[in-house]
Design a protein around this ligand. Sequence first.
Ligand code: G4P
Length: 285
Amino acid sequence: MSDGMQTIQWFPGHMTKTRRKIAENLKLIDIVAEIVDARIPQSSRNPDIDALVLNKPRIIILNKSDIADPQKNRIWLDYYKKQGITAILVDCKSGKGVNLFVPTVKSILKDQLERASHKGLNKSVRVMIVGIPNVGKSSFINRLSGGKKAKVEDRPGVTMGNQWFSISKDVELLDTPGILWPKFDDMLVAEKLAFTGAIKDNVLDVEQLAARLLTCLAADYAKNLVKRYKLENSCVVGKSGLEVLEVIAKKRGMLLSGGKVDTERAAIMVLDEFRAAKLGRITLD
Ligand code: G4P
């Protein structure tokens, strides 16, 4: 993780194409549903989306809320509310919160829908999902369509390959989500994306990454580490991530010949366990 450029190059140069595609599709939709990972609500959103969607109404979906810290989930909902943005908590693993989506979208568009209704127009609400990789866009689309994705029709003007799916009587969804690129001006953001698996491990040094994660967890979630790895408090509090990684490796009997601890194996385990929420419900933003 020492070389920021290495990380940035992991993303293919699709930025201009994505921008154009989202801009084209914006003309066809009434509301943008931006999905973020509730464990890193700030780091998993590309702030350029604000300029991209301009005045389109927007809803933010805090997905993976099942594995994010419940207290922080509430803080983030309040944060968006104060900014005048409606957000909902969703868990696509169990489907919890997905049923809030249609009523919330309709309440955001209430005035627009009332105006249309006064004119005798019974128009459907059209939605586009956007988000960076791994936040759960496909999972959310599958949940909304009940796995069926009932096809509505091909429409002239829709970007080639796009289709609309009915998710309720009067709400339609563009089946292809707008994939945004993550933005990492700041190394901490890149690291958080890597912790959650949004950036693949093979472009990063796994031991350094796990050590950085453990540094963050030792500061804010020491209890979780103590519990999961049956550690003494003193092995976690005030320790560096690398020190904690070594203790975990020892505790799990991960040794190399000669008695050295196998921190690489421990690093892979810690990252896997964090991603699978075995360390508990954690939010890093
Ligand atoms: P994307 O289209 O935005 O790239 O994301 P996708 O739906 O493919 O989801 C990325 C990963 O996140 C998947 O895990 C998916 O199961 C998981 N996921 C999505 N939503 C939730 C959620 O609300 N809670 C939890 N806990 N996980 C969620 P994977 O390991 O890549 O695949 P798999 O576990 O489905 O096999």
